[in-house]
Design a protein around this ligand. Structure first.
Ligand code: B12
Length: 314
């Protein structure tokens, strides 16, 4: 199996390829010597996406030209120190490193990039909104313009799913939940990450978030609404044109239950409040922070109802 961390990801059977570095490439020990650092330091550069390397069998190799470029950047005089806290505003650097590790199918390396970002001051919400989301959106654009294959997108998506699984517990809060929000992607929409990420962000704010996940039928939204307590909002996500066209029937099913709280629609295929309202939703937001603001307002409005709600089981 050959796995490359560069754009040209390809898979070749183990039987046909003997693990060896390509022409012009060296192993990590030589790379360490060329850079004058310890082997483990070079290994860390690779796993955190700072140095591009290719894994052939179980041997990493680095192009000499990549080492020279790395050396050139390292030798540059560093930017003058400012009073800005470390890490803030440096997200772009981490997005690119994270994306490289995701495209290489390297969950461990991708997690190390996230840990480095958090050590530099990024919060788990920043990781979702300023690192993982931009990395995914750019992967989508690169797939769209043909510079990444569908296989690349799937490999990166598999890593993204596992990163979300690791980040989720960091949004757990203790004690009484403020109100409930139900989230789901419209029928036919296989994109699971938008609602998973939004649910975590809402949990971090003390809400009880029920994530119905991708491709949620109208009847499932309705049944979950019937069983929910202190429900203040329903959030419908649509990432494709086809699923955006289904939002209207989801809103109808939600209203058919008698629920009179807020119904919001959003996602990369619904780009404005007008587009959301045309599909019957009350409101729209561009991102997670925007959805939290909408839910805060909805929870405030439904405060009276919440007090009289059935005793919570939380
Ligand atoms: C990962 C991915 C996949 C994965 C999904 C894996 C999974 N388990 O989720 C796989 C490979 C399965 C996939 C499949 C497809 N995908 Co795809 N995919 C993506 C990609 C790269 C990332 C999606 C993502 O998770 N983004 C991160 C989230 C957090 O960002 P977000 O959705 O924008 O959400 C933010 C806001 O929009 C907002 N928000 C989201 N929902 C809601 C809801 C409410 C109520 C509110 C207020 C706010 C809100 O808050 C979020 C956080 O800030 C996108 C690129 C992109 N631009 O997003 C393409 C993309 C969505 N996919 C696309 C396409 C075309 C497809 C496929 C048809 C073909 C393909 N590429 O294989 C199939 C569709 C299958 C189907 N029937 O749904 C297109 C959609 C184009 C369109 N408008 O129709 C995109 C935009 C790629 C592109 N640039 O062309 N995809």
């Amino acid at each position: 199996m050959v796995r490359s961390s560069t754009r040209s990801n390809q898979f070749v059977s183990v039987a046909t390829v003997r693990p060896r570095a390509s022409k012009g490439a060296v192993g990590l020990r030589d790379a360490a010597e060329m850079l004058g650092v310890h082997y483990m330091t070079v290994y860390r550069y690779v796993r955190t996406g700072r140095l591009d390397a290719t894994l052939v069998g179980d041997v990493w190799s680095v192009q000499r030209s990549t080492i020279q470029e790395f050396e050139r950047i390292r030798a540059r005089p560093s930017a003058p120190q400012t009073t800005r806290p470390r890490g803030v505003g440096d997200h772009a650097k981490f997005v690119s490193r994270l994306q490289k590790r995701m495209l290489a199918g390297d969950e461990v390396g991708a997690w190390q990039v996230i840990e480095s970002a958090m050590a530099s001051g990024s919060t788990p919400s920043d990781v979702y909104l300023k690192l993982l989301t931009p990395a995914l959106v750019e992967i989508g654009e690169r797939w769209h313009d043909g510079t990444l294959t569908i296989a690349d997108e799937h490999i990166a998506s598999a890593v993204a799913g596992r990163l979300i699984g690791r980040l989720g517990p960091r949004f757990a809060t203790r004690g009484h939940r403020r109100a409930t929000v139900i989230l789901g992607s419209a029928p036919g929409d296989r994109h699971a990450f938008p609602t998973a990420i939004l649910a975590d962000l809402l949990r971090g704010q003390g809400f009880h978030a029920i994530d119905l996940g991708p491709d949620t039928p109208e009847a499932m939204f309705a049944r979950t609404i019937h069983n929910a307590t202190k429900l203040c909002a329903v959030a419908i996500s649509a990432s494709t044109k086809e699923s955006a066209a289904q939002v209207r029937s989801v809103v109808a099913a939600v209203r058919g239950t008698g629920f009179d709280g807020m119904v919001a629609a959003g996602g990369s295929a619904i780009d404005s409040r007008l587009a959301a309202r045309r599909r019957g939703a009350d409101d729209w937001a561009n991102d997670g922070a925007g959805l939290i603001a909408l839910v805060e307002t909805a929870a405030g409005r439904s405060g009276a109802r919440a007090v009289n709600a059935v005793t919570s089981t939380w």
